[in-house]
Design a binder for this molecule. Structure first.
Ligand SMILES: Nc1ncnc2c1ncn2[C@@H]1O[C@H](COP(=O)(O)OP(=O)(O)O)[C@@H](O)[C@H]1O
Ligand SMILES: [Mg+2]
Length: 391
C-alpha cells in the first residue's frame, strides 16, 4: 500500500482551513499536516517529505505566498501546489501558475471540484511529467537579410527556455546559409537532413539526442544542412512532417525562417501560430515589410498571426514609432533597442546576449518579449480553463 501523502494547508483563515480538513478527511490516503508558524519551518517540513501537496490560500498577503510557492516549486520536486483565493482574477491566476502552482480554485470551494483537483494532483505525483503547454510555433521572418532575424530567434528561444523551463526547439530553416550554430557556438553532430531521413524512427529520446542541447538549458537546436545537395532534397511536405513530430515533444518551436517566399518557407509560415515580421525604422525596410504583410494577407494568414517587431529601435530616430505604425497601418508588437556593441560582441563570442550581458538593454528586451509572449499564451489558456470562475 502507498504511504499517506501529507497535505499542508497554508491559510490565514480558520474557517477555510476547517472546511479543507473536513473535505480531506474523506480520503484515507492523505493526512493533513500540522500548522507551521514560520515559512522556513514549513519549507523544511515540505523538503523532508517524499511527496506532498501544498494548498496555499492567496486571499491574504498574496505576494509573500506567491514567493513561497516559487521557492517550494523551484527547489522541491515532489510537491504539488494548489492555490486558492476568495478574490480570483486573471492576473492572480497567471501569477500563481507562473510561480509554480499546478491548479487554482476559487473560494468558497465546491466540494466535487476540490476533490477532483486533489485526486489529479496526487496522480501527477506518481506519473511522469508531461509537457503542459500546447506547442506554439513562432517564426521570425523578414524578406531581407541582415535585419536581425537570427539574433531575435536565438535570443527569444533561449529566454523562452529559461522562463518556462519547458522544452524549446530552435530551428534554422536558412538552408545552407544558416548561422544559428555560429551565434550559439555549437557544433551539432546532426542536422535537419538527418532528422528528415530518420523521421519514421523518431521518438522522444531519439529526437532529443539528435538535436543539440544548448548548455544546461531546455533549448534544443536543429541546424541547417551543411551541403547544398541535402538542402535541395528537402521538400515543403518534409517541413510540415517535421513540425508535426517536433510538436509532440516541444512546448515552443522558434524558427529562424528563410528570407524568401519559396514553397518550403511558406510551408513553415503556414504551420506557425505566430509570425514575427522583423523590420527597422527606415523607409525602404518599412516598404518591404508592408509588402510582406500584403502577401501574408493573400496567403490567408489571420492578422493576429502576423506581428511586427521593430529592431534596432532608437529613441530619437528620425522615423518615430508613430510614423512606423502609420506607414504599416498596424501596431508594433515589440521593439528591440539598437545596441551595436553588445550584439557584435555576442556574435563574435558565440554567446547569446542573455548569457553574455543579461543587464544590457537588448537582453532585457528579448526577455521582455519572451515574457510578454508566454504571458499572453498563459492568459488565453488560463482564461479558457478558468472561464467559469472569472465570469
Ligand atoms: N538590436 C540590435 N542592435 C544592434 N545591432 C543588431 C541588433 N540586432 C541585430 N543586429 C546586428 O545586425 C546584424 C544582422 O543580424 P542577424 O541577426 O544576423 O540578421 P539576419 O538573421 O536577419 O540576417 C548583426 O551584425 C547583428 O549584430
Ligand atoms: Mg540570419
Amino acid at each position: 500500500m502507498q504511504n499517506k501523502v501529507p497535505i499542508i494547508i497554508l491559510s490565514d483563515n480558520k474557517q477555510t482551513r476547517s472546511v479543507l480538513e473536513l473535505y480531506l478527511s474523506a480520503f484515507e490516503y492523505f493526512e493533513v499536516a500540522d500548522e507551521f508558524p514560520e515559512y522556513l519551518e514549513l519549507f523544511d517540513n515540505i523538503s523532508s517529505c517524499d511527496k506532498s501537496i501544498l494548498i496555499v490560500d492567496l486571499s491574504y498577503d498574496a505576494d509573500t505566498k506567491l514567493a513561497f510557492i516559487s521557492d517550494v516549486t523551484q527547489n522541491i520536486r515532489n510537491c504539488r501546489v494548489l492555490a486558492v483565493s476568495d478574490n480570483p482574477s486573471v492576473d492572480l491566476i497567471v501569477r500563481a501558475i507562473r510561480s509554480g502552482a499546478k491548479e487554482f480554485l476559487p473560494l468558497p470551494l465546491i466540494k466535487t471540484e476540490f476533490v477532483e483537483t486533489i485526486i489529479k494532483l496526487n496522480e501527477s505525483l506518481y506519473s511522469v511529467p508531461k509537457k503542459n503547454t500546447r506547442c506554439k510555433i513562432i517564426s521570425v521572418f523578414s524578406n531581407k537579410g541582415g535585419i536581425g532575424k537570427t539574433s531575435i530567434a536565438s535570443n527569444l528561444a533561449l529566454e523562452l527556455a529559461k522562463i518556462t523551463k519547458e522544452n524549446v526547439a530552435l530551428l534554422d530553416l536558412n538552408f545552407q546559409l544558416g548561422d544559428i550554430t555560429t551565434f550559439m557556438d555549437l557544433k551539432p553532430s546532426f542536422n535537419i537532413s538527418y532528422m528528415l531521413e530518420n523521421l519514421d524512427k523518431m521518438n522522444d529520446d531519439f529526437l532529443l539526442s539528435t538535436m543539440e542541447k544548448y548548455r544546461q538549458t531546455n533549448l534544443y537546436v536543429l541546424a541547417d544542412p551543411p551541403f547544398f545537395k541535402q538542402a535541395a532534397d528537402i521538400l515543403p511536405e518534409h517541413i510540415t512532417k517535421l513540425f508535426s513530430m517536433l510538436k509532440k515533444t516541444f512546448s515552443y518551436i522558434v524558427v529562424d525562417a528563410e528570407s524568401s517566399f519559396d514553397a518550403k518557407n511558406i510551408a513553415a509560415l503556414t504551420e506557425s501560430d505566430l509570425i514575427f515580421l522583423v523590420t527597422v525604422a527606415n523607409l525602404p525596410a518599412l516598404r518591404n515589410a508592408q509588402r510582406c504583410l500584403e502577401l501574408f494577407e493573400r496567403l490567408g494568414f489571420d492578422c493576429n498571426k502576423t506581428q511586427i517587431l521593430l529592431n534596432r529601435y532608437m529613441e530619437n530616430d528620425e522615423v518615430s514609432i508613430d510614423d512606423v505604425e502609420n506607414v504599416m497601418g498596424r501596431k508594433i508588437y515589440w521593439k528591440i533597442p539598437n545596441n551595436y556593441f553588445t550584439m557584435m560582441s555576442s556574435i563574435n563570442k558565440g554567446i547569446p546576449v542573455s548569457d553574455i550581458n543579461p543587464d544590457s538593454n537588448v537582453a532585457k528586451s528579448y526577455r521582455g518579449l519572451a515574457l510578454h509572449l508566454t504571458d499572453s499564451i498563459y492568459r488565453d489558456s488560463l482564461a479558457k480553463k478558468y472561464e467559469n470562475i472569472l465570469k
